[in-house]
Design a protein around this ligand. Structure first.
Ligand code: NDP
Length: 452
């Protein structure tokens, strides 16, 4: 009997979540379409995690050149940096990843549409002038940078443009105090740009453990980022090829670039969701239930567009849970607690579980273990970097409920700590684990006396 629908699943958006859902559903024998108007791999691959990390690597070389001297290395001339080489090599690498994504989708058997899809109704999608019916529509259109409206906002750029700058400016102003602002402030500063970070609040990375965000703030300043806290931009004016950035503290910063990293909003505008029963939240994001179903029973949504946790690995896990729900055993679950995450600021930050502030709210009695030391590299290499580690323990159960690290390799180290904490490890389990010597990570299993 001929199926009543053209597709079992029509996925809109080929980012991390959309591609995973399309491939998994196709591997289960479902007829799948995937439409993408911009770039395969979405924000993460094209204008997010991947190129950002490449830029972070690039920005760390000056410190490494410096450290190498204490180990006996010398350079016959001062190293120089060419932005165009970095930018273009990055673009070539991203193009390579785009084509890998294309073959993965092709090989899965899903039909890939290169165009903007719009929802015409609960089971109907239009793309490239054609209309297709689908039993299920999945909206995985991600997010888009938000820049507030203010005098001169047209001069501000978002993280999207940072990856394709014609040239690096001598001075840059970065606005915001979240992930993207601190990461780009570190990149620009490391690449030799005189970098100002302007944040309206008192504490950068305010949703994280305060002691750790204070360490990051101090570390960034130590490396040369000029911080302007409790400061709002009032206007930006263009003058002789530069931007005069005016603040509510009466300062004017003359800058070649103004980057706004002031959050990302769900990418739902013009998607045709008004042709369904879906009512968007005020910020444009899509509310979904525990199975990622919207208020329109045939339309699902996941990833940044539902604005739960804006992280690539979360979108991928959501996709796997959804496909299992739709076409599998319905046993897969996603747990939003204890999601490890890293901020690739400089110094780097890795974290899983509760901040000390949140643990105090959640538990009657906690013990906090901290360690702060100089990385071994710096004994000969010089430099003022430090490593700070912190464990937060619920005294009643002895469970480690928070684990945080600021300093080199924090992201790599916290991934393993994430498994321990997800598995419910106690402080006694940490203590019974043999350290790897000499490493920074061993400090996590040798903190014996609580700090408080
Ligand atoms: P965040 O939500 O992390 O931070 C936004 C920042 O902008 C906040 O400091 C906020 O201030 C400030 N802000 C918001 N509105 C205004 C305004 N009108 N004027 C001045 N400042 C304002 O967003 P990001 O853009 O940094 O990143 C978006 C998301 O992307 C992150 O939350 C994260 O989930 C994800 N991401 C993850 C990365 C990783 O895993 N390493 C890297 C990059 C992004 P206030 O604090 O006062 O509200």
């Amino acid at each position: 009997m001929k199926d009543q629908f053209d597709y079992d699943l029509f996925v809109i958006g080929a980012g991390s979540g959309g591609v995973r859902a399309a491939r998994m559903a196709a591997s289960k024998g479902k007829k799948v379409a995937l439409a993408e108007e911009r770039y395969l791999g979405g924000t993460c691959v094209n204008v997010g995690c991947v190129p950002k990390k490449l830029f972070v690597y690039a920005s760390q070389f000056p410190e490494q050149f410096h450290s190498s001297q204490g180990f006996g290395w010398s350079q016959s001339s001062q190293p120089t940096f060419d932005w165009a080489t970095l930018r273009d090599n990055k673009t070539t690498e991203i193009q390579r990843l785009n084509s890998i994504y294309e073959s993965l989708i092709d090989n899965s058997g899903a039909d890939l549409f290169d165009g903007r899809a719009t929802v015409l109704g609960p089971n109907s999608v239009a793309v490239n002038g054609m209309t297709y019916s689908a039993k299920v529509i999945l909206v995985a259109t991600g997010g888009w940078p938000f820049i507030p409206d203010f005098p001169g906002c047209e001069h501000a750029i978002s993280s999207n443009e940072m990856f394709f700058l014609d040239e690096l400016p001598a001075t840059a102003v970065v606005v915001g105090g979240g992930y993207i602002a601190v990461e780009f402030a570190g990149i620009l500063n490391g690449l030799g740009v005189d970098t100002h970070l302007v944040y309206r609040g008192a504490n950068l990375l305010k949703s994280f453990d305060r002691e750790m965000s204070d360490k990051i703030t101090a570390g960034m300043q130590e490396k040369g980022v000029k911080l302007h806290l409790n400061t709002q931009i009032t206007s930006v004016e263009k003058e002789a090829g530069l931007f005069n950035v005016n603040t509510d503290r009466g300062e004017t910063i003359s800058s070649g670039l103004v980057l706004y990293a002031t959050g990302r909003i769900a990418n739902t505008s013009g998607l045709g969701l008004e042709n369904t029963q879906i009512e968007l939240r005020k910020d444009g994001s899509i509310p979904v239930d525990g199975h990622f179903c919207t208020t329109e029973p045939s339309v699902y949504a996941l990833g940044d567009v539902i604005d739960r946790v804006q992280l690539t690995p979360v979108a991928i896990q959501e996709a796997m849970v959804l496909v299992d729900h739709l076409y599998g055993r319905g046993e897969a679950k996603i747990d939003y607690d204890n999601i490890p995450t890293a901020v690739f600021c400089q110094p780097e930050f890795g974290t899983v579980g509760l901040s000390e502030e949140a643990a105090i709210e959640s538990y009657a009695d906690i013990a906090v273990y901290t360690s702060d030391f100089k990385p071994m590299l710096q004994t000969l290499g010089g430099g003022n970097d430090r490593i700070t580690m912190k464990l937060i323990v619920d005294k009643a159960s002895d469970k480690v409920v928070g684990c945080h690290m600021v300093g080199e390799h924090a992201a790599e180290i916290i991934q393993g700590m994430g498994i321990a904490i997800k598995a419910g490890a106690t402080k006694a389990d940490f203590d019974a684990t043999v350290g790897i010597h000499p490493s920074a990570a061993e400090e996590f299993v040798t903190m014996r006396e609580p700090t408080r």
